[in-house]
Design a protein around this ligand. Structure first.
Ligand code: DGL
Length: 254
């Protein structure tokens, strides 16, 4: 079985882990939440690169066969550097799902919710310019979303008011398809759907990242479990701050 290292600035990457274990139920997972430094959204690319290098070194020392950067912000800031530093290690990053959103919209307007770091990174801007075509793309930072998830406020008045503030400009612009460009945001999906109403579709890129991981393991001949195997739930959580949030979220999604 394979050992997979998965990292995020906090607990958001658990939304990606959830999709990965659907495909690889009996593999071993090392999850790192850098929550002492969360959020990454406004941090410099240099700082994020340094943290990613330290966390990846730790995964490799524990025998990781592959690494998932389950954070859009860290993918944009650091994955190219990581691939250069460890050319033999399979890395999977998070891609903002502009392509499926642009193909699926009926109004011709799509929304992207992400961190400030992701929205200004050339990785995102290149993807958007390549796939948007004639579709109008409206972007907003999910202001306060990461903090809501890290404090486990996944519903209620504050969550709804916070979500409404960033989501309404996208709805007013006519977006019918909205990309969740930060791995924390899927935990707020029930609130996002409540505020947006039934005519708006949200796209979470986590299932595509999970499929990409399996393709990468296969192409490198790394043995792994299959979706029908019994789940081992072999997840070790480490964090730079307190680990309670990640553990509680993990028990919620399992
Ligand atoms: N979950 C992360 C992302 O996908 C990071 C959010 C943050 O730390 O600002 O962008």
């Amino acid at each position: 079985m394979a050992t997979i290292g998965i990292m995020d600035s906090g607990s958001g990457g658990l939304s990606v882990l959830k999709e990965i274990v659907r495909l690889l139920p009996a593999d071993k997972f090392l999850y790192y939440s850098d929550n002492a430094n969360c959020p990454y959204g406004e941090k410099s690319a240099e700082f994020i690169q340094k943290r990613c290098r330290e966390i990846v070194s730790d995964f490799l020392a524990q025998g990781a066969d592959a690494v998932v950067i389950a954070c859009n912000t860290a993918t944009a800031a650091a994955i190219a550097e990581l691939r250069k530093e460890w050319p033999d290690v399979p890395f999977v990053g998070m891609e903002p799902a502009v392509k499926p959103a642009a193909l699926g919209t009926k109004t011709g307007v799509i929304g992207v919710l992400a961190t400030a770091g992701t929205l200004k990174a050339s990785k995102y801007l290149d993807t958007r310019d390549h796939y948007a075509g004639d579709v109008k793309v409206v972007e907003r930072v999910g202001r306060g979303f990461v903090e809501l998830v890290e404090s486990l406020q996944l519903g209620g008045h504050l969550a709804e008011a916070t979500v409404r503030e960033s989501l309404e400009p996208l709805l007013r612009a006519g977006a019918d398809t909205i990309v969740l460009g930060c791995t924390h945001y899927p935990f707020l999906l029930p609130v996002l759907e409540k505020v947006a109403g039934p005519d708006v579709r949200f796209i979470d890129p986590a299932p595509a990242a999970a499929r990409q991981l399996v393709r990468m393991l296969d192409s490198r001949g790394i043995a792994h479990s299959q979706p029908h195997d019994p789940a081992l739930q072999d997840v070790t959580i480490k964090s730079s701050g307190q680990s309670e949030t990640a553990r509680r979220l993990l028990s919620l999604i399992w």
